[in-house]
Each structure stands twice: as C-alpha cells, then as structure tokens.
Design a protein around this ligand. Structure first.
Ligand SMILES: [Zn+2]
Length: 71
C-alpha cells in the first residue's frame, strides 16, 4: 500500500471505536474516488446503486463491485 498523506477519518464521528472507523474510511475513500468514464473520459463516473456504476455525462453504465469498479 502506498503511504498517503495523513487526513482525518471520514464519517461515523466518535462512534464505534477506532478500528471500525478506520475500515469505514478506507472503503469510503475508494467509493468516493474520482473515476474516469471509459466512453467519454468525463470524471463524473460514479456509483448509481450497489454494483452499478454510471456516467452522469453520457449515461454509460457498467456492472462493478459494491464499492469499487474492477474492469
Ligand atoms: Zn461518460
């Protein structure tokens, strides 16, 4: 794993303890990462529903994983 710059944990506030919050942050970051649409190159390629990834610009849609696209 590449060591990234330190940043605060996302979401969950001060609940559930450190370990679950760290795991949640890792997943959240992957989910919200900027992705390029394979068809038009736009960065508006986001998750529409669990396992469904769609481009907000051109409407291109593919199936992926729940929190990430693996092509
Ligand atoms: Zn697109």
């Amino acid at each position: 794993m590449v060591k990234s710059k330190r940043s605060s944990l996302k979401g969950l506030a001060a609940k559930y303890g450190l370990k679950p919050r760290k795991k949640f942050t890792a997943v959240h970051r992957v989910l919200k990462a900027k992705r390029k649409c394979i068809q038009c190159g736009s960065l508006k390629f986001i998750r529409e529903a669990v396992g469904i990834w769609a481009c907000r610009k051109c409407g291109f849609k593919i199936a992926g994983l729940a929190y990430d696209v693996k092509i």
